[in-house]
Design a protein around this ligand. Structure first.
Ligand code: RIB
Ligand code: CA
Length: 326
């Protein structure tokens, strides 16, 4: 059983990721959600976190609001992919916002200290909260069992040819995180998430499954699908954050390499993660394992196994038809 805290900026793929994590109770104990400015402002993503928990009937899950802006810059949110409200603009009514009175950074520092070596911290938004916790408590990195990050890339970018959104929003935070001395960091970047698209066939299966969670996923992903078509002329949407949770459930869903990673914070390539594979740069000290590939059929086996197990075989057949026909 992994005991995890999810640091998140929901966000449509964040929502899919949180719902998968909450469904995988036999493997994951979700201790709390901590929210951070990213896909939408921190007040909005915190409301969204409450809505997601309400859909999952998990209204007792602790939620703590975090940083409202990057460490030392201002950045716009990503409405084109996630909608102005961060959840696809489908007008979900506000639920009772049951948010802890403790700031997310204080919660992270306290919980990591109280449960030293026990917590797998899963960061699927900009790393502002994580960096703030490192600055607040010099022992924070050492108190965390493992840090798993959705972010960065070895050879890709989505905010520039070289910068991925979570690192682009707060490059200074990302740089601090990789230099902080965590015992184990796993970076699930765009090189791996590029394999994981929700294609139209599977999105329609979510509609046909017709449960509150599946229909919620179908509805919120419309804007996300439209954004991918508008920007990339691709049918489907990239489930970046969801691969990170799937990795927690079965690490063999990705292929990893040992590396030294640092992050550029200024100029043309600000937000870029520079990945020195140990194989090619043995003089560099490893600080991270980087996911370089992902297995899409294995991913959906995990996704449907925990969320919609009675449709596992149907999804596998649809995937075989779709991918074998390519
Ligand atoms: O680049 C992908 C990341 O940016 C994901 O976390 C997604 O939610 C967006 O925030
Ligand atoms: Ca996210």
């Amino acid at each position: 059983m992994k005991r995890i805290i999810i640091d998140t900026d929901p966000g449509i793929d964040d929502a899919f990721a949180i719902l998968l994590a909450l469904a995988a109770k036999e493997k994951l104990e979700v201790l709390a959600l901590t929210t951070v400015n990213g896909n939408a402002g921190v007040d909005q993503v915190t409301k969204n976190a409450c809505k997601i928990c309400d859909i999952a009937d998990e209204n007792e899950l602790p939620i703590f609001k975090g940083c409202s802006r990057p460490l030392c810059r201002e950045r716009e949110n990503s409405a084109v992919f996630h909608g102005d409200d961060g959840l696809g603009n489908i007008g979900i009514p506000d639920t009772v916002v049951k948010v802890g009175c403790e700031h997310a950074v204080d919660y992270l520092v306290r919980k990591a200290r109280e449960e030293k070596g026990e917590i797998t911290l899963t960061a699927i938004g900009p790393l502002t909260n994580i960096a703030a916790a490192i600055k607040k408590d010099a022992e924070f990195a050492g108190n965390v069992k493992e840090l798993v990050i959705m972010g960065g890339a070895e050879f890709k970018g989505n905010m520039s040819p070289h910068a991925e959104f979570n690192f682009w929003v707060d490059p200074e935070a990302a740089k601090i995180v990789f230099a902080a001395g965590f015992g184990k960091i796993t970076m699930i970047g765009l090189d791996a998430t590029a394999y994981i698209y929700l294609d139209p066939v599977l999105r329609e299966l979510l509609y046909a499954i017709n449960t509150p969670v599946s229909r919620f996923m179908h509805k919120i992903s419309r804007v996300y699908m439209d954004g991918h078509w508008k920007i990339e002329k691709k049918l489907g949407c990239e489930l970046c954050d969801v691969l990170t949770i799937a990795y927690l459930l079965d690490e063999s869903v990705v292929e990893k390499v040992d590396a030294f990673v640092d992050v550029e914070t200024k100029g043309l390539c600000e937000g870029a993660s520079v990945v020195y594979r140990k194989k090619y740069y043995p003089q560099k000290e490893k600080n991270c394992e980087v996911a370089v590939k992902a297995d899409v059929k294995h991913f959906y086996d995990i996704f449907f196994k925990y969320l919609f197990p009675e449709y596992l075989a149907t999804a596998a057949q649809l995937l075989t038809n779709y991918y074998d026909s390519k």
